[in-house]
Design a protein. Structure first.
Length: 249
């Protein structure tokens, strides 16, 4: 299948080449020549990317959504799509007017209030009502991030018939949540202590190494041995992954 590129722009600050494709997705090439890294990733959104442009240190995109066309900007401090963020001197629970969401007047959005994830909420006529009062809010459309390695068939093991993933060691930077699948379905990995925090709890940003044991052999060498897939609207940076494996020939 051939997917045509319709626009592109290079972000020299972050060394990213953004390429908008005709199907509405966007491919991004990360370029770190000194470290020998040239890697593609793919972004899709609730709608379709139509154009991209780098202006100074900012990357802007034209996005076609159900409500129309939007000019949006990539912002590392926001963890949702088509999002807005506001602050208030005094705690409030109704966000409207100049602190409202008229750009998505009738959408269900994810909400982060005072750095805590709240239940998804329906925007009504551009107004957001939160279940409790707060001084800092961020609301927008959720998205899912997915990371997976190349399949084992790409490994240079002569005569390999089966493979077992023994352990994964992941180096995280300022990360609040991790959901990992080692072949038995996704599961949340506790990052602070051994107990997962209850819902609507502040999740600290941690920089640490995390080791996860895995079990079971596989002869399906065309699928990746592990994947990270999560939609938690919190910071996540994966610096490296080291996999320990056993091979059967």
């Amino acid at each position: 299948m051939v997917v045509n590129a319709i626009d592109q722009s290079y972000d020299p600050k972050n060394r990213l080449l953004h390429v908008v494709l005709a199907d509405g997705s966007m491919s991004i090439l990360t370029i770190y020549r000194t470290e020998g890294i040239n890697a593609w990733s793919r972004q899709i959104t609730d709608g379709a990317f139509r154009a991209v442009r780098t202006v100074g240190d900012n990357v802007y995109v034209i996005v076609q959504r159900a409500e129309g066309f939007y000019v949006e900007r990539f912002e590392s401090s926001l963890f949702l799509d088509c999002a807005r963020a506001y602050t208030s001197v005094a705690p409030i629970s109704t966000w409207s007017g100049t602190k409202g969401f008229s750009h998505i007047p009738s959408r269900e959005v994810s909400v982060i209030l005072d750095d805590i994830i709240r239940d998804d909420t329906m925007i009504s006529s551009g107004t957001l009502h939160t279940d409790i009062a707060g001084t800092k809010v961020q609301a927008g459309l959720p998205f899912t991030s997915k990371i997976e390695p190349l399949p084992p068939s790409q490994l240079n093991f002569a005569g390999m018939q089966a493979l077992r993933l023994v352990e994964l060691k992941m180096r995280l930077f300022e990360t609040s949540a991790l959901t990992l699948d080692t072949g038995f379905g996704p599961r949340a990995i506790p990052l602070s202590g051994t107990i997962l925090p209850p819902p609507e709890t502040y999740l600290p940003r941690l920089s640490k190494d995390v080791a996860v044991r895995a079990y079971g052999w596989t002869s399906d060498l065309m699928n990746p041995l592990w994947s990270i897939e999560q939609s938690v609207p919190q910071p996540f940076t994966l610096l490296s992954v080291t996999a320990s494996m056993k091979v059967s020939s």
